[in-house]
Design a protein around this ligand. Structure first.
Ligand SMILES: Nc1ncnc2c1ncn2[C@@H]1O[C@H](COP(=O)(O)OP(=O)(O)OP(=O)(O)O)[C@@H](O)[C@H]1O
Length: 251
């Protein structure tokens, strides 16, 4: 898989005649992880939906240009807060959902699904039903399903928010390792998660909202919790997210 960067220009979105954002321009470097933060309702999920070309009810426009000038369609995977596992399909058949929707999974597809379940530490659960899994295990199946698509661009909308703190830290390690080289946009409300996993942190704030950068700690992702810069930046990021909506200054 080759890393793929892309840029957005003049992204605008209105609900009920009110601009949520108008004229956003941003680049996502190939293979980079961008943490996207902002208050509830600032438009983070809607921006992801626009990038994924998913339906939105109101006025929206976006110019998206990939580095290789080909469409992003078919080269993008999505991972959401809810694992969205289908209860009537076994774990491995959930991983195979993409090929099943496109036709009929081949034996090679099945082999790959088993191998991905092994990667996420769930080889022994492949033939179980989703209802027998814990929340963290279910999110690992969702990660395996995301990985199955082998997409160079991965959009993640609060993917780890529904699991306990320790499981979340484990999922960070797993996701950082298995999604290496992909261009990831990670929407999160968790400042620690953003500081651990991001090459770049963007904050969506204001009315209409604009994007501004916040410093990230140096070093490889996922960063150690106790790294001095993690400890230094965390309260500053929290303060920045709490700041009045006019805030636009850098960290
Ligand atoms: N389908 C819709 N119809 C009307 N308004 C919508 C729709 N989807 C989102 N909105 C509004 O757009 C705004 C942004 O919603 P969005 O879910 O993108 O924000 P968010 O930053 O992801 O929020 P959160 O952090 O709470 O998930 C909110 O005020 C929401 O009510």
């Amino acid at each position: 898989m080759t890393s793929l960067g892309f840029s957005l220009a003049q992204a605008r979105l209105a609900f009920a005649g009110q601009w949520l954002f108008d004229g956003l321009t941003v680049e996502f470097a190939p293979g980079s992880w961008t943490g996207l933060l902002g208050r509830s309702g600032s438009g983070k999920s809607s921006l992801l939906r626009m990038i994924a070309d998913l339906p939105l009810p109101d006025t929206h426009e976006l110019t998206l240009t990939t580095d290789d000038a080909r469409p992003l369609t078919g080269r993008l995977a999505w991972m959401a807060q809810q694992d969205q596992l289908l209860p009537w399909r076994t774990v491995v058949d959930n991983v195979l959902l993409g090929p099943a929707l496109r036709g009929r999974p081949s034996p090679a597809d099945r082999q790959r699904a088993f191998s991905l379940l092994d990667d996420v530490g769930l080889a022994d659960k492949a033939r179980d039903w989703p209802k027998t899994l814990s929340g963290g295990q279910r999110q690992r199946v969702a990660l395996a399903r995301t990985l199955f698509e082998d997409a160079p661009v991965v959009l993640m909308d609060e993917p780890f928010s529904a699991v306990d703190a320790i499981t979340r830290l484990e999922l960070h390690e797993l996701a950082a390792r298995l999604l290496a080289g992909r261009t990831v946009i990670l929407v999160t409300h968790d400042p620690l998660e953003a500081l651990r996993l991001s090459d770049r942190i963007l904050i969506l704030a204001g009315q209409p909202a604009t994007l501004s950068d916040f410093d990230v700690p140096p070093g490889q992702r996922p960063r150690a919790l106790e790294a001095p810069d993690m400890l230094r930046l965390q309260p500053r990021l929290v303060a920045r997210l709490h700041a009045p909506l006019t805030a636009g200054s850098r960290a």
